[in-house]
Write a protein that binds this ligand. Structure first.
Ligand code: GRF
Length: 226
């Protein structure tokens, strides 16, 4: 069977893109990052893709009259890259229902909170303001409802008393870099089964750090003493 082709959509820093590329290099992705799409010419992620010889297509939203025109161009670029999987890795544009519907069941997003808590922006600041003791990140299938699709995997960690937004963001980001490649690998290996709002992960491989769900019974003990 041909190795699954993955198109990654980015808008900024590109650290999750780097994590995917790194996992592929180490034989841990189960697919190949064959194309990158970016909506901002100045995004550091563009240079990361270039440094690895990955074809990057710039589709700058500000050059289009409206969201429909932007999404038509983005969709054409994605389809030309012929992916089995599309990954939103820090892609900062809301995508419309028709667009999302075209890629139903094969578009993943990484979000920096334990959904359904804190959809949207400024998740770490809001988590601290709410006083939660457990925070983390989520990989989910993309649906028209922003930050709400079926959850594939979640990574959780304890919030420390001394945490500020930057410290918490850094720890969650490190967790994202484990979680996203693990979820992509499960997709590429056809180990994700969507059943309504729930996703079953067959033979889930649990990354070593923090608490990643699905988890083993032993790891569940980690969650109590925060
Ligand atoms: C990550 O925190 C991701 O969860 C969110 O946007 C951020 C992107 O960071 N959707 P990077 O560009 O991958 O470094």
């Amino acid at each position: 069977m041909a190795i699954p082709r993955i198109t990654v959509l980015v808008s900024g820093r590109g650290s999750n893109l780097s994590a995917l590329i790194e996992a592929e290099r180490n034989g841990l992705l189960g697919g190949t990052v064959s194309a990158v799409m970016c909506n901002r010419a100045d995004a550091p992620a563009v240079a990361i893709a270039a440094a690895h010889g990955i074809a990057t297509t710039l589709v700058e939203h500000r050059r289009f009259a409206d969201r429909g025109a932007f999404e038509a161009a983005l969709g054409a670029a994605i389809d030309a890259s012929d992916p089995q999987l599309i990954v939103l890795a820090g892609f900062m544009r809301v995508l419309g229902a028709a667009f999302v519907g075209r890629y139903e069941g094969r578009m993943l997003n990484i979000h920096p909170s334990l959904l359904p808590s804190f959809p949207g922006l400024d998740t770490h600041r809001r988590a601290l303001a709410a006083g939660v003791r457990v925070h983390g990140c989520t990989v989910h299938f993309v649906t028209a409802d922003v930050d709400h699709g079926p959850i594939v995997m979640q990574g959780a960690l304890a919030v420390h008393d001394a945490d500020d937004e930057a410290a918490l963001a850094a720890r969650v980001l490190a967790l994202e870099h484990q979680l996203l490649p693990a979820a992509v690998r499960a997709f590429c290996e056809r180990r994700l089964v969507i059943a309504g709002e729930r996703v079953r992960v067959i033979d889930g491989v649990v990354p070593a750090t923090a608490l990643v769900v699905p988890l083993s019974a032993a790891a569940a003990d980690l969650i109590s003493p925060v």
